[in-house]
Design a protein around this ligand. Structure first.
Ligand SMILES: [Zn+2]
Ligand SMILES: [Zn+2]
Ligand SMILES: [Zn+2]
Length: 408
């Protein structure tokens, strides 16, 4: 039999059980169902019925268990102790493709003006503490070369739902247990993200999976043996290292015994159980964690210049296409073929990468990014710089006066 992590919560009334009693059990694996110890660790049935364990049941009797694997939704299975268990197939989120974008694109062709180009270089020089602004003021503008380019951006907003067993101290209150019905499929629970395209998290107990159990860490006692003194209540004196003496004198800290009252348990030899906070019972349930995340990819079409594309990260362009859907189809008719290819590739990548998630929303944009190479002369020498983005930013690799200290 496969050793699959399960938690058997409810043993359904077996055919031979005339009373139709509900039996509660908690185990970590199917094999544990066989060796489940009798009664001591299971609370009484809700109806006051006597509790039985798997060991006392007919091996062929059908039992109902909640099964939780790391990659599965918890669900009810009916199985027999002597029978086989097959894990279910992974959850596949539904994929609804929108109609391909059919849009005519108008590509801007404008060049940066002379004034704007000069102003951009002045601003650039001003921001650099050691750059003189004289070249920007005195330069003679020569030629403008457009290297306009395009940026494709895709955002995929995903939701992932994970289930884990949780154990917490129980102080009383309602217990939403298996008696209220089978737990729902984790993907069927309606929970909306607080914001689209923003990272966030939500945790909640999965309905009908709670049960109150004897604390497995202290076996219901509420206290555990102190780890510091091993239950003795006294530990080695740190002042004399346990010898009872400091040089020639009797150790004053321990009075020569070499041992002092344990500072962790104050001499009692036991400590309050951390798992149940001394209650002796815990509530065990499946915690559902919903994680929302935004995944971003972008692609820049080659602009055939020596301008470093990472500089585009800080600027905006003119939006030529903006679309948001549950799931998007790739762009197919953009005049720059590499953008169409990137759209298809990145969308496929996202669908493959987030196959274990539910894609809630996608949006993509195509931007036209202005980029102009400006040739100029200053004091008879030739130079060039770039003006880029809607913000008209400048970048000059060979700016002539990089250090104002050298002007003299
Ligand atoms: Zn405990
Ligand atoms: Zn001492
Ligand atoms: Zn102690």
């Amino acid at each position: 039999m496969a050793n699959v992590p399960v938690c058997a919560r409810t043993l359904s009334p077996t055919p031979g059980d005339a009373q139709g009693n509900v039996y509660l059990l908690a185990v970590d694996s199917i094999s544990d169902l066989h060796s489940m110890p009798l009664d001591t660790e299971t609370p009484q049935g809700e109806d006051g019925s006597e509790l039985r364990t798997a060991g006392s049941l007919n091996q062929d009797a059908p039992i109902s268990v909640i099964i939780l694997n790391d990659d599965e939704s918890p669900r009810h299975e009916v199985l027999t102790l002597g029978g086989k268990f097959e894990p279910p197939s992974p959850y596949v989120p539904p994929y609804h493709s929108s109609a391909p974008v059919e849009q005519l694109f108008t590509i801007p062709t404008s060049l940066v003006s002379e004034d704007a180009a000069r102003q951009a270089l002045l601003e650039y020089a001003k921001k650099k503490c050691c750059y003189s602004s004289r070249p920007a003021q005195e330069m003679l503008l020569q030629d403008f070369h457009p290297f306009n380019t395009f940026r494709y951006r895709l955002d995929t907003f995903t939701e992932n739902r994970l289930c884990h067993w949780m154990t917490e101290p129980y102080y009383g209150g309602e217990v939403d247990g298996a008696g209220n019905g089978p737990p729902p499929n984790r993907w069927d629970i309606q929970v909306e993200p607080p914001h689209l395209f923003q990272k966030s998290k939500h945790r909640m107990p999965l309905p009908h999976t709670s049960s109150v159990e004897t604390c497995p860490h202290c076996f219901g006692r509420g206290r555990n043996i102190c780890g510091n003194c091993c239950g003795l209540g006294r530990s080695r004196c740190m002042s004399c290292g346990g010898s009872g003496r400091n040089t020639d004198h009797t150790c004053t800290a321990c009075g020569g015994s070499g041992r002092v009252r344990c500072s962790q348990c104050f001499g009692s030899g036991s400590q309050q159980c951390r798992a149940c906070h001394g209650q002796g019972i815990v509530i065990k349930y499946i915690r559902l964690t919903i994680k929302w995340k935004n995944h971003n990819s972008e692609f820049l079409a080659d602009h055939q210049s020596d301008f470093t594309t990472k500089r585009f990260k800080k600027v905006t362009g003119e939006i030529l296409l903006s679309d948001e859907q549950r799931t998007l189809s790739s762009v197919t008719n953009f005049p720059e073929p590499s953008i169409n290819e990137a759209s298809e590739r990145v969308l496929t990548e996202h669908h493959t990468m987030f196959a274990d998630c539910r894609i809630l929303r996608q949006r993509h944009t195509i931007e036209w990014l202005p980029l102009t190479k400006v040739d100029y002369t200053w004091k008879g020498a030739e130079y060039h710089y770039y003006v880029y983005g809607n913000e008209n930013r400048a970048y000059a690799k060979d700016y002539p006066r990089k250090c104002c200290c050298a002007i003299m």
